[in-house]
Design a protein around this ligand. Structure first.
Ligand SMILES: [Zn+2]
Length: 83
């Protein structure tokens, strides 16, 4: 079974990768090893919180900011119209 997970490397890059459910480590595009991270907000938004549709986007942006240097590119990719 293949599932989409977030993986985070030591530099703070977060990338979504489709892996087996048992896989907990992967390779970041920067070359470092990355570890699987659980995104609690994503599960919370799974149909249970219709009043707060922007929660994941907000969390994602906040999360990426801590990543550092590549935040501008990531921010553009996430700036899709909402509502
Ligand atoms: Zn990286």
């Amino acid at each position: 079974m293949w599932i989409l997970f977030d993986f985070k490397c030591a530099k703070g890059h977060v990338e979504e990768q489709m892996v087996k459910s048992t896989t907990t480590t992967s390779k970041c595009s920067c070359g470092l090893d990355s570890k699987r991270v659980i995104s609690p907000v994503r599960f919370k938004l799974d149909g249970t919180d219709p009043g707060f549709p922007g929660a994941y986007d907000k969390w994602g942006r906040d999360h990426e900011k801590r990543g550092g240097d590549s935040e501008q590119t990531l921010d553009e990719a996430h700036s899709k119209p909402i509502g």
